[in-house]
Design a protein around this ligand. Structure first.
Ligand SMILES: [Zn+2]
Length: 67
C-alpha cells in the first residue's frame, strides 16, 4: 500500500476510506477494491481509478476484458 495521502478525485477531500468487498461479494478480493469519499460519497476503483456509480463494482484485481 502506498503511503501517499490519497485524495478524493472529485472534491479533493482527504476524508476517504478504503473499501474491501466481503466474502460472497461477486467481486470479492482479499484487499482494498475501492476508495470512498466520506464527504461527497464518490467511489473510485482501486485499479481503474474510475468513479463507480451506484451498483457498480470494481472488477477484482483490475481484471478487464481483453479486447
Ligand atoms: Zn469527495
Amino acid at each position: 500500500m502506498d503511503t501517499q495521502k490519497q485524495k478524493c478525485q472529485k472534491c479533493g477531500s482527504e476524508n476517504i476510506v478504503m473499501v474491501e468487498y466481503g466474502y460472497g461479494h461477486p467481486e470479492h478480493y482479499d484487499g482494498v477494491s475501492e476508495t470512498m469519499c466520506n464527504d461527497c460519497k464518490a467511489r473510485f476503483g482501486r485499479w481503474s481509478n474510475k468513479e463507480l456509480k451506484e451498483g457498480e463494482w470494481e472488477p477484482r484485481g483490475g481484471r478487464f476484458k481483453a479486447k
